[in-house]
Design a protein around this ligand. Structure first.
Ligand code: ADP
Ligand code: MG
Length: 635
């Protein structure tokens, strides 16, 4: 008895759909690719409920005849290849002829399409792979395809769709990548009735700004390399753009959005030691090669590629990136060959960009184990007291000192107590400003009883046992971090109203996050209101925002928040506090007066953990006299 039978098309297509259409964004990708292949120069994407209810793509491309409009839903039906040789010489994005069949098998689809040389459009309706209606209708030239209720007949798939936010993000990333691959096409994206973007011009710089923020392209360096083997051109992030989320690396192969771990690796290698651990730069790389030199027919989604001569390509890309990066405009005193420790903040500054990465270089990444921290903590008050005695003999300011922050040395670490005056307190506010504004004249005392700043980066101070070195940026980060947490936990109003409310542009996606974080941000001291779909008006900021940064801080906080969320998966409040601290703290490079240094040290030792920054890096390093003696051979 024979048991094997051929599956009916409807089932076969449904199975194929499992690979081709994994989520709304994969359907979006296929439909956008079809519109591009049809030669459209205007493409509109409309989604509802992150594509779960509706995905519609409208193009002004070549359209289809009535017969084609029926045939396009058949599996392995394509106009793009007809012989095996064509597969070696692909000039279209599609070629497998299974996208529409797959999508139609798992959704309710309505296709309206009209060729320029025909008077009427064809309309086809198909539900779960079964034709419902075909007729003639009026429609503009081109194609409109609406996909409703994706996976309505595959409950298991539908159930596993992620939140609207997540699915929307995937769709957004999909269309952004296509819009960067094809600057010559005018793209429009509408989500739940709101226009996310409408790219009316062909300027790539404008697109970059639209997607990644103002003046973004200024942080990029251009490269160009043409030879017989391949053409390479694109843009690489300068140092301030080196720490980007992992969805901001774009590789296009003959303008197809592709992923290649090897080529990504080549780019990262090209940056060499400019990149810190876990850092990755923004890049936009357009690679052009003869189609016979690579194969995209590896996976149904056509994202992966295999190259005929991968080694050569790897080396080519590596050397191109190396060369481009070595031509970057660093601050005058620094060369690329040098250890990266110094240029980071300088370059960020020179570019007018703030980078939080200052202390993230491997060279300063010494993490303390928890038990070490514990014992360090127990001695911290003693050390502080020693510093105070050595330096002033008495307290110098009203800032919380360990004496009033906790009564005994053996008390467990705690956050700033609630009764600790928050920074809105007048005297404290002034002192805090002192930290930000180097207002006092610099006295060039030798390292004696007073703290001394080393290269505007470290604070050196004498303690009884020897020398204490403090990293000013992470020290301030620790202080701000604990204050932010305390403010959010205690809900103490800690806000300063801005004289001139400031409007900031946001990505739609960031707006959603912002709303999500609103309660905590308000407790922290921000006040803001939504203004249209893509911007907010900031009316107030926390008191201890660095003067001059009031306008940027909320935007930067969100940017940092998203970065941490992606890389470190921090809990919400912790993330907000860390993001705020990181973006608002004084930087390596900020000059401090003696009084500011003293205040900073005071505030640092009033925190629950003066030795470790919120990311686990050391804040304080001590060198004992005994160690000095040993180094000088005195023992
Ligand atoms: P493929 O793109 O691999 O050929 P698809 O299933 O995506 O397979 O599409 C099948 C065929 O339908 C295409 O080859 C093309 O001829 C036609 N088609 C699909 N979308 C469009 C469109 N937007 N405009 C014109 N023709 C289209
Ligand atoms: Mg296709």
């Amino acid at each position: 008895m024979n048991l094997i039978k051929k599956l009916p098309d409807a089932i076969a297509n449904k199975i194929a759909a499992g690979e081709v259409v994994q989520r709304p964004a994969s359907a979006v990708k296929e439909l956008l690719e079809n519109a591009i292949d049809a030669g459209a120069d205007e493409i509109t994407l409309i989604v509802k409920d992150a594509g779960k209810t509706l995905i519609q793509v409208i193009d002004n491309g070549c359209g289809m005849s009535e017969a084609d409009a029926l045939l396009c839903f058949e599996r392995f039906a394509t106009s793009k290849i007809s012989s095996p040789d064509d597969l070696e010489n692909l000039h279209t994005l599609g070629f497998r002829g299974e996208a529409l069949a797959s999508i139609a098998a798992v959704a309710q689809v309505e296709l309206k399409t009209k060729r320029r040389d025909e008077a009427l459009a064809s309309l086809v309706r198909i539900d779960g792979g079964a034709f419902q209606e075909t007729s003639k209708t009026n429609a503009p030239d081109g194609t409109s395809i609406a996909v409703r209720n994706l996976f309505y007949n595959v409950p298991a798939r539908r159930k596993f769709l992620k939140s609207d936010q997540t699915e929307f993000k995937h769709i957004y990333e999909t269309i952004v990548a296509q819009a960067l691959a094809r600057p010559e096409i005018k793209w429009k994206f509408i989500s739940d009735g709101e226009e996310v973007f409408n790219l009316a011009t062909h300027s790539l710089a404008e697109r970059l700004e639209r997607f990644f923020g103002k003046d973004f392209s200024k942080g990029l360096i251009e490269f160009n390399e043409m030879n017989d083997f391949a053409n390479l051109q694109g843009y690489l992030g300068k140092p301030a753009m080196m720490k980007r989320p992992k969805n901001e690396q774009f590789l296009f192969l003959n303008r197809r959005v592709v992923q290649s771990r090897q080529l990504h690796h080549a780019i990262m290698q090209g940056y060499g030691e400019l990149l810190g651990e876990r850092e990755q730069p923004f890049y936009l790389v357009y690679l052009e090669m003869e189609p016979r030199r690579f194969d995209v027919n590896i996976h149904p989604t056509k994202m992966e590629v295999r190259f005929e001569d991968e080694r050569n390509l790897y080396n080519l890309l590596l050397s191109v990136v190396k060369r481009a990066v070595s031509g970057m405009d660093f601050s005058p005193s620094v060369k690329i060959e040098e250890k990266p420790i110094r240029f980071e903040s300088d370059v960020a500054r020179a570019n007018g960009l703030h980078s939080p990465a200052t202390s993230d270089f491997p060279g300063v990444q010494k993490r303390l184990r928890y038990d070490e921290r514990e014992s360090e903590f127990r001695s911290s008050n003693a050390l502080y007291a020693e510093f105070k005695r050595e330096t002033f003999g008495e307290p110098i300011s009203k800032t919380p000192s360990p004496q009033n922050a906790r009564s005994t040395e053996s008390e467990p670490p705690s956050l700033l107590p609630v009764d600790e005056p928050p920074p809105r307190d007048e005297p404290q506010r002034r002192e805090l400003e002192l930290i930000f504004q180097s207002s006092e004249p610099e006295s060039e005392r030798a390292l004696g009883a007073y703290p001394v700043q080393l290269h505007n980066r470290y604070i050196l101070t004498q303690i009884k046992s020897g020398l204490m070195i403090i990293d000013q940026h992470v020290a301030h980060e620790r202080i701000l971090y604990e204050r932010a947490l305390a403010a959010m936990d205690a809900g103490i109003s800690n806000s300063q109203q801005l004289l001139f409310p400031h409007r900031i542009e946001m990505k739609l996606w960031d707006m959603k996050i912002l709303e999500d974080l609103r309660p905590d941000l308000e407790r922290l001291g921000f006040s803001f209101r939504q203004f249209g779909a893509n911007s907010v008006v900031v009316e107030g900021v926390p008191c201890d925002v660095k003067p001059g940064r009031e306008e940027r801080i909320l935007y930067e906080l969100i940017e940092q928040y998203l970065d941490y969320q992606q890389r470190l998966r921090l809990e919400k409040r912790d993330n907000i506090a860390k993001s705020f601290a990181c973006r608002n703290a004084i930087m390596a490079g900020d000059k401090l007066s003696q009084r500011e240094m003293s205040i900073l040290i005071d505030q640092l030792f009033a925190t629950s953990m003066p030795y470790v920054c919120p990311h686990g890096r050391p804040i304080v390093i001590k060198l004992s006299l005994a160690e000095f003696d040993k180094m000088f051979g005195r023992t």
